[in-house]
Design a protein around this ligand. Structure first.
Ligand code: CO
Length: 144
């Protein structure tokens, strides 16, 4: 019994010292851009990311979301989002998507929490917007 309690206690302590939620704030603009090119995850067990559309244009004209995926999956995810259409907010779906906010218009924001254990060393990850045409500019690196 002592052994079990000791094990539980050390697990809890180890968990507490490792678990770190990092708050990440990204702004998107009416000029079809994010305000950052890199989302850093080093030292974080999870990131709590908030995307804020700091502009004024409505979602139909200048919608933005923020999707995290492996660089190799980006093209297929954008194709699926474009196919889903505006009525479905150019949703990236779930296949190969690691995390995603909803599509927002001016003045709106959305938040997700993602475990960094989903990111594997040796794989390149990107964040991008799946509104048609946006990902050529609205794209950046997720660093491990
Ligand atoms: Co966009």
């Amino acid at each position: 019994m002592k052994l079990i309690i000791g094990f539980l206690a050390s697990t809890l302590i180890a968990g507490a010292s490792y678990a770190k939620t990092c708050d990440v704030a990204v702004d998107a603009t009416d000029a079809m851009s994010y305000n950052t090119k890199v989302i850093a995850t080093a030292g974080c067990s999870e990131i709590k990311l908030t995307l804020k559309h700091a502009g004024k244009l409505p979602k139909a004209a200048m919608g933005h979301n923020l999707v995290i995926a492996a660089e190799a999956d980006m093209k297929n995810i954008i194709a699926a989002a474009t196919k889903s259409g505006f009525a479905k907010d150019y949703s990236p779906g779930t296949e190969h998507v690691i995390a995603a906010t909803k599509m927002v218009g001016g003045g709106e924001s959305d938040t997700f929490t993602m475990s960094t254990s989903k990111l594997k060393k040796g794989t390149k990850y990107k964040f991008f917007c799946t509104f048609p045409g946006h990902s050529s500019i609205m794209v950046g690196d997720v660093s491990l």
